[in-house]
Design a protein around this ligand. Structure first.
Ligand code: NAD
Length: 326
């Protein structure tokens, strides 16, 4: 099959493109390069520079390349920014999705995979978050992901597309150093940045009801996440008209303090943290139940948190050689 991979020049998209190619699928990257990097698109993969808000560009790309499936990763993803710019987030993430679904339905696309997020759950008060846990997003970003899932499912039913919404938990690591995340919005690169500046990593609150008082999250290696896309793509191709919503996590909680200690061990830095007050809106614990994805797609994560930090650090040092320690 030929897959249009929107956001394929981004951090996760670049990994998805490579995983699809490795699985023998054809890929076409569609990306406006607002946060993406053209050099991430592998040689030989067609690249269309454009926004998913541009229906003509989408129609042309789908027809010219004989696209039969879409993996839609293109989106704005900063939670804090979405609070300040909700109109922008709804325009990019919802209107962009609507236009893409319309072009997909008109162009004969059969399968549609959507990047959703654990942000749809908000502040879940459960030990393990299942796909049945109520969705109460806490930010416009999370709202666009939840409303996006509704739109994907409804359009899929109405227009005969098999659909999957993949709820990613905390993504980290890199398959190769040059594919590492260049943004500093997630906890691992945020800690790396502090260490490189000669500052202490910051922990927001150590008085949560968790074993060591710091927030607990579920981290997933981006290479495992990319493989989950291949599994979802295959499932949709084999089950026309189906729809699927799954968590993508490891089902294991890691506290921020454990993460920071491990970063110290791997990087050789003293990571004694500065503890500051809680940030509003941070849930104590968000850990996925990974049962449904194992049952539905036969997928389980292969990489642990050590692999994530080691590979992310290799990517960081590649861009910040001054950070390396012997
Ligand atoms: N990184 C995470 O921890 C995480 C967690 C949950 C969900 N997600 C979701 O995964 C997807 C990919 O995230 P990422 O971390 O790779 O981010 P990223 O910013 O690296 O990638 C997004 C890509 O989409 C492109 N893009 C943005 N708006 C576009 C538009 N209107 N038209 C065309 N291209 C556009 C950007 O240029 C970029 O290449 C997003 O949908 C994000 O919400 C990410």
């Amino acid at each position: 099959m030929t897959w249009l991979i929107t956001g394929g020049a981004g951090y996760i998209g670049a990994h998805v493109v490579r995983a699809m190619l490795a699985a023998g699928e054809q890929a076409v990257v569609f990306d406006d390069l607002s946060t993406g990097v053209a050099e991430r698109v592998p040689a030989g993969v067609p690249f269309v520079e454009g926004t998913v808000l541009d229906r003509d560009a989408l129609d042309k790309a789908i027809a010219e390349h004989g696209v039969t499936g879409v993996v839609h990763l293109a989106a704005k993803k900063q939670v804090g920014e979405s609070v300040d710019l909700p109109l922008h987030y709804y325009h990019q993430n919802i209107e962009g999705l609507r236009v893409l679904l319309a072009a997909s339905a008109a162009g004969g696309v059969r399968s549609f995979v959507f990047s959703s997020s654990a942000a749809v759950y908000g502040m879940p008060d459960v030990d393990l978050v299942t796909e049945e846990t109520p969705c109460l997003p806490m930010s416009p970003y999370g709202e666009t992901k939840l409303a996006g899932e509704w739109l994907v499912r409804a359009a899929g039913r109405a227009h005969g597309l098999a659909t999957a919404s993949l709820r990613y938990f905390n993504v980290a690591g890199a398959a190769t150093p040059e594919l590492a995340d260049t943004g500093v919005f997630n906890v691992v690169p945020m800690v790396f940045e502090k260490l490189t500046e000669g500052a202490s990593p910051r922990i927001f609150g150590d008085d949560y009801p968790t074993p060591d008082g710091t927030c607990v999250r579920d981290y997933i290696h981006v290479a495992d996440l990319a493989d989950a896309h291949v599994a979802a793509a295959r499932k949709l191709a084999a089950a026309p008209g189906s729809d699927l919503t799954v968590n993508i996590g490891r089902g294991e909680g890691v506290s921020v303090r454990e993460l920071v200690d491990l970063i110290g061990e791997i990087t050789g830095y003293d990571t004694a943290p500065e503890v500051t007050p809680r940030r509003p809106g941070d849930p104590a614990r968000v850990v996925a139940s990974a049962d449904r994805i194992a049952a539905e797609l036969g997928w389980t994560a292969r990489h642990d948190v050590r692999d994530m930090i080691t590979s992310a650090w290799a990517g960081w040092v590649r861009r910040h050689p001054e950070a390396a320690r012997d």
